[in-house]
Design a protein around this ligand. Structure first.
Ligand SMILES: C[S@@+](CC[C@H](N)C(=O)[O-])C[C@H]1O[C@@H](n2cnc3c(N)ncnc32)[C@H](O)[C@@H]1O
Ligand SMILES: [Zn+2]
Length: 309
């Protein structure tokens, strides 16, 4: 295994801080009836523009309660992965009952998915919680078969509101500076140039970039009909190919290079300790090489905690 795919420490001793959604009411408190239909719809427009409609095995990273997972309806198998068991249990309720879905509790920094085992990855509204973007992107690159698409959404620091606030001296951080800004603990905005560099260094070729959600302003959303705003956003999204100044940016990236084994039909899970492939044993997945085991509980593969002896 090359060093790109090795875990950098064991998941039971996390070295990177995580934004914990365990017990969170994200669905009710952020989305349902919270006036964010515009954001949801414009994100779907972008996703449909970028995501290949069909495929074999897609992984939805940081899927939350599965808000956008139904955009992957053309895939034979969809891995719904999140660090929060609460979110995954909600996703099980939210999504239609289908054997296509595989629910996995795991950390993006320590993906338990075999190298090259997926032919598509999607991650929206997650990377803004990650302090170590390069490490997460390396993990995602490793689970993708070469040539696979990765649709990534990130929050952009170089957006019109931040620029205006900076010029009016109502914001201290510079939206043109390339370094990520942590405006609230474990909430980051990224410069498009920084994200482009991280994607390239992790082994992705960025092919498209869309500027999304320009009209994310309470007053506008109240006075302009939703359909108009979404139509306008749809028109503006392609301007992101040249220069995005929107708060949200969607990118379409392709995994470059060769990385054997090409394992789309092979076992899905790998050991977080030693990297060997796992096999099923009763309600567990087990590593023959090192003896590590993880539970499958209530339909969720739980890689948050390794089982003891
Ligand atoms: C803002 S929510 C977005 C959920 C979903 N993508 C959506 O757009 O509705 C962020 C999600 O990322 C998950 N998350 C944060 N850090 C993570 C990590 N290191 N590994 C896996 N999931 C993570 C959280 O548990 C949460 O469900
Ligand atoms: Zn092992």
């Amino acid at each position: 295994m090359d060093d790109q795919t090795l875990n950098e420490s064991t998941p039971n001793e996390p070295t990177r801080p995580l934004c914990d959604y365990e017990g969170s009411g994200y669905r009710q408190e952020f989305w349902e009836g919270q006036g964010r239909d515009y954001e949801d719809l414009t994100e779907r427009v972008a996703m449909r523009r970028l995501l290949p409609p069909r495929g074999r095995r897609a992984v939805h990273l940081g899927a939350g309660f599965g808000r956008m997972t139904n955009e992957l309806s053309g895939y034979d198998q969809v891995i719904v992965l999140d660090y929060s068991r609460t979110m995954l249990r909600e996703a099980q309720q939210f999504l239609d009952a289908s054997e296509r879905y595989i629910f996995v509790a795991a950390d993006v920094y320590y993906l338990p998915l075999a190298d090259g085992s997926c032919d598509t990855a999607v991650m929206e509204r997650v990377i803004h919680h990650l302090a170590d973007v390069p490490a997460a992107l390396r993990q995602i690159r490793a689970v993708l078969a070469p040539g696979s698409p990765f649709v990534l959404e990130y929050a952009s620091k170089r957006n019109l509101k931040a620029i205006l606030r900076y010029w009016l001296k109502r914001q201290s951080w510079d939206p043109f500076d390339h370094a990520p800004v942590e405006f609230v603990k474990l909430n980051f905005d990224f410069h498009p140039a920084y994200m482009a560099q991280c994607l390239s260094e992790a082994g992705f070729l960025t092919e498209r970039r869309l500027a999304v959600s320009y009209f994310r302003l309470g007053l506008l959303k109240r006075v302009v009909p939703l359909a108009w705003l979404v139509a306008l956003d749809r028109l503006l999204q392609p301007t992101g190919e040249i220069a995005p100044f929107s708060p949200s940016v969607f990118t379409l990236n392709f995994a470059t290079g060769d990385m054997p084994p090409h394992a789309l039909d092979g076992p899905l899970f790998k050991c977080l300790r030693c990297g060997e492939l796992l096999h099923h044993e009763n309600d567990m997945v087990v590593c023959d090489a090192c003896g590590a085991r993880w539970a499958i509980r209530d339909g969720i593969y739980d890689f948050k905690d390794e089982l003891g002896d």
